[in-house]
Design a protein around this ligand. Structure first.
Ligand code: SAM
Length: 217
């Protein structure tokens, strides 16, 4: 596929995202500039700009572009923030965040995925991403507080350590529900306590860890 074809596909994807509620121009610009095909195995690269989640190995997925864009938009990033991502997976969401925030810390529990994502992101030249391997339900205390936290796996509830690691006014975006279906929640840390906003239904692989599921059902 030629570069011009890829650019056209990315443009069509952005039009679809805009029509489905993505209004933050910086988020659309980030989707336009990150080459999603680089985060996929070769046989799936032709489908890089379809609005679908795709398999990345180890029973995990790269999230659907619409979900990446809507979740990122919820963080209301301006460029100055430090953001934590739980669930590095392919590294695509980390790249989008790195385009929009000052610093990104990303945690993945599966070392094979984490190493591949780090290699891809280094090759693409990202210098503002820190990589961790471990249980992201516990957050990353040494890099806290965070202006934003995004969890890209489905949780049974909002993990308390993640809420505690938010700066006042910070936002945590997380799918919460059972292992089949979740609701996208945005939790803002206000002086009086958490303020929770709920968006539509979504379907993510399970968040496995101390403050998540003990294992897939
Ligand atoms: N953000 C990813 C991307 O852009 O490709 C998609 C992530 S995939 C839907 C969810 C990821 O969360 C998987 O790679 C999974 O291994 C990871 N995960 C699940 N539980 C985790 C935990 N407790 N800590 C860190 N990563 C976790």
């Amino acid at each position: 596929m030629s570069n011009a074809d890829r650019r056209r596909e990315r443009e069509e994807l952005c039009e679809l995202l805009a029509a489905r509620g993505v209004s933050d121009r910086r988020v659309l610009a980030a989707i336009r500039s990150v080459p999603r095909e680089r985060f996929l195995p070769p046989e799936l690269q032709p489908a890089a700009y379809d609005n679908n989640a795709l398999a990345i190995g180890e029973d995990q997925t790269i999230s659907q572009p619409l979900m990446v864009a809507l979740m990122t938009q919820q963080l209301k990033l301006t460029g100055a923030e430090t953001v934590l991502e739980v669930g590095t997976g392919s590294g695509y969401q980390a790249a989008i965040l790195a385009e929009l925030a000052a610093q990104v810390v990303t945690i993945e529990r599966l070392p094979g995925l984490a190493e591949r994502a780090e290699k891809t992101l280094r090759e693409l030249g990202y210098k503002n991403i820190e990589f961790r391997i471990g249980d992201g339900t516990l957050g990353c205390a040494e890099a806290a507080p965070f202006d934003g936290i995004i969890v890209t796996a489905g949780a049974p509830d909002v993990p308390a350590p993640l809420y505690r690691q938010l700066r006042e006014g910070g936002r945590l975006v997380i799918p919460v529900g059972d292992q089949g279906l979740q609701i996208l929640k945005t939790v803002t840390r206000e002086p009086q306590g958490p303020v929770i906003e709920e968006a539509g239904g979504c379907r993510f692989v399970p968040l496995i860890g101390d403050a998540g599921w003990t294992r897939p059902e």
